[in-house]
Design a protein around this ligand. Structure first.
Ligand code: NAG
Ligand code: NAG
Ligand code: NAG
Ligand code: NAG
Length: 423
C-alpha cells in the first residue's frame, strides 16, 4: 500500500508475465500481456499466469488435514484452508522443510517496536552472563528434538553499546558471539537477527534516520567476522513496519546485502524483510515483495537471497494473545507459496507461535504441515520464542523446563513443532 504503482503508466499497459493484475487494493491493469491470463488467487491478489496453466492445471492444494495425519497422533487437526484454490501446481518438494527450530531471545530485550533499544537492558540467555541457560536449551533442542536452525535476535544498540555506528563494541559483541558460537558448535544454522524494526531510536533507516551507509557498515562488520561460517544466516532486519516507501526500503536492504557479500560472506543465506512486520499475509500484495525482488548480489544473481516472513495466529496477527484463531494458510501461506513459486524464490518463516493450548496446537500442526508440503518454496521455520523468557510466564513461551537435567518442552513445541519436523 505504501508502494504506489504509477497508475497512469500501468492503466495504459497490460500487466506483464507473473505480475499482479487484480486484488482489492490493486490499481493497475487487469489485463495481461499476450499468452497470459489474469488468474484469481484470492480477494487481494490476482496474477498473470501462462494461459495454458491458468486454464489447464488449476489444482487444489493438498489439504493440510490430509498431510496432518502423518505428523502427529496427539491432537485433532482442523483444517481451515477451505475455499482457497491454488493457481499453480506445487513443485515436488521433499515433503519436509530443511530447517526447523526456535528463536533464542534475550539480546534483543530492551528494544521496542520503534527501534528504541537500551544496551543495558539486554538479557543474555547465557548463564555466564547471569541469564537463563540458552546453551542448555539449544543443546536440548538439537539433541532431543532434532532441530537445526536457531534465530538469535540482538539489538543494534547492544552490538555498538548505544553508539550510532557500524563498529561493534568488542565487549558486547563477545557476549553475543558466545551464543552464536554455541549455536554453530552444535552444527545448527544460526540466524543473526538485528531486532530493530527498520529503526534506530524511532527514526527509519534510509528514510530520515540513519543513513544506509551506517547500517551497511554494521552488516559489513558482522559479515567480516562470520564470513567463513557457512551456517550463519544474515537476517537483515526484524519486522520493518510503517515505512514511507518500500522501494526506498529495498534500497536499504540492497545496501546491507552488498555490504555482506563484499565483506567476503559470499555464499550464506541472507533474509530479506518486507514492510508490515514482515507479514506472510501481505509481502506478496503490499509492494514489499515486488520491490525486494529487485535486490541482487553484487554479481547480479539472486542466489541465496531468501524472503523473511512472520505469521502469528492470534486474531490481530500480533503474537500477543494465547488464543489462536487461524492457521493462516488460505490468507497467507498458500498465496505466498504461489507468489514465491512463480518468481522462482524461497522463504523462511522466522517467527510464529501461539499459546500452549489445544487450539493453537491444532492450527500450528496444520500450518507446519502445509509448509512441509510446500517445501520447494518454504526452506524452514523458527518458532517464537525460547531464551531469556525462562521463568517469565511469557504468553508465547517455547522455553523448555529443566528438572534435574531432564528437559521438557512446552505443549506447543512438543505437540506441533517437534512432530512436524520429525515427520
Ligand atoms: C563497550 O561497552 C562496554 C559496556 O558493555 C563499555 O563499558 C565500554 O566502554 C565500551 N567500549 C567502548 C570502546 O566504547
Ligand atoms: C525493479 O527494477 C526494474 C528494473 O530496474 C524497475 O523497472 C522496476 O520498477 C523495479 N521494481 C520495483 C518494484 O522497484
Ligand atoms: C489470518 O486468518 C484469519 C482467519 O482466516 C483472518 O481473519 C486474518 O485476517 C488472517 N490474518 C492475516 C494477517 O491475513
Ligand atoms: C539443566 O540440565 C543440565 C543437564 O542437562 C544441567 O547441567 C544444568 O545445570 C541445568 N541447568 C539449569 C539452568 O538448571
Amino acid at each position: 500500500m505504501q508502494y504506489l504503482f504509477s497508475a497512469a503508466a500501468l492503466l495504459s499497459l497490460a500487466s506483464g508475465a507473473y505480475a499482479q493484475c487484480g486484488g482489492q487494493t490493486f490499481t493497475g491493469s487487469t489485463t495481461c500481456v499476450a499468452g497470459y491470463t489474469c488468474t484469481y488467487s484470492n480477494a487481494y491478489y490476482s496474477q498473470c499466469l501462462p494461459s495454458s496453466a491458468a486454464s489447464g492445471t488449476t489444482t487444489a492444494h493438498p489439504s493440510s488435514s490430509a498431510t496432518h495425519s502423518t505428523t502427529s497422533t496427539k491432537g485433532t487437526a482442523t483444517s481451515t484452508a477451505s475455499g482457497y484454490v491454488s493457481t499453480t501446481t506445487p513443485a515436488a518438494g521433499s515433503g519436509k522443510v530443511k530447517y526447523g527450530g526456535i528463536n533464542i531471545a534475550g539480546f534483543d530485550f530492551g528494544c521496542d517496536t520503534s527501534g528504541d533499544c537500551t544496551a543495558a537492558n539486554a538479557y543474555p540467555p547465557l548463564t555466564q552472563y547471569y541469564g537463563p541457560d540458552g546453551y542448555g536449551q539449544i543443546t536440548h533442542f538439537v539433541k532431543d528434538d532434532n532441530f537445526n536452525m536457531f534465530r538469535l535476535p540482538v539489538g543494534w544498540q547492544f552490538l555498538t553499546n548505544n553508539v550510532l555506528t557500524g563498529t561493534l563494541n568488542s565487549t558486547n559483541f563477545a557476549e553475543y558471539d558466545t551464543l552464536v558460537q554455541d549455536c554453530l558448535g552444535l552444527g545448527a544454522h544460526c540466524i543473526i537477527d538485528i531486532h530493530n524494526y527498520a529503526r534506530w531510536n524511532g527514526e527509519i533507516i534510509g528514510e530520515g534516520g540513519p543513513a544506509n551507509s551506517i547500517f551497511a557498515s554494521l552488516w559489513s562488520s558482522l559479515a567480516t567476522y562470520y564470513k567463513s561460517q557457512p551456517n550463519v544466516i544474515f537476517g537483515v532486519m526484524n519486522e520493518p513496519h510503517d515505512l514511507t516507501s518500500v522501494t526506498t526500503w529495498a534500497g536499504t536492504v540492497q545496501a546491507a546485502v552488498t555490504a555482506i557479500r563484499n565483506a567476503g560472506a559470499t555464499s550464506q543465506y541472507i533474509l530479506l524483510p518486507g514492510n508490515d512486520w514482515t507479514s506472510a499475509a501481505t509481502i506478496w500484495s503490499d509492494g514489499s515483495g515486488a520491490a525486494l525482488l529487485n535486490v541482487t548480489n553484487p554479481d547480479g544473481t539472486k542466489t541465496n537471497l531468501i524472503f523473511d516472513v512472520h505469521k502469528y495466529s492470534d486474531s490481530d496477527n500480533s503474537g500477543t494473545s494465547a488464543t489462536c484463531v487461524t492457521d493462516n494458510i488460505s490468507t497467507a501461506f498458500a498465496p505466498l507459496a504461489d507468489w514465491l513459486r512463480s518468481n522462482g524464490r524461497q522463504a523462511i518463516n522466522s517467527e510464529f507461535g501461539g499459546g500452549n493450548n489445544a487450539g493453537c496446537v491444532s492450527y500450528m500442526q496444520s500450518q507446519l504441515a502445509y509448509l512441509n508440503t510446500n517445501s520447494d518454496v518454504y526452506l524452514g521455520w523458527t518458532g517464537w520464542a525460547a531464551g531469556s523468557f525462562a521463568g517469565q510466564n511469557y504468553v508465547l513461551s517455547m522455553v523448555p523446563t529443566n528438572t534435574s537435567g531432564v528437559w521438557t518442552d512446552t505443549m506447543l513445541v512438543a505437540q506441533a513443532l517437534v512432530p512436524a519436523f520429525n515427520a
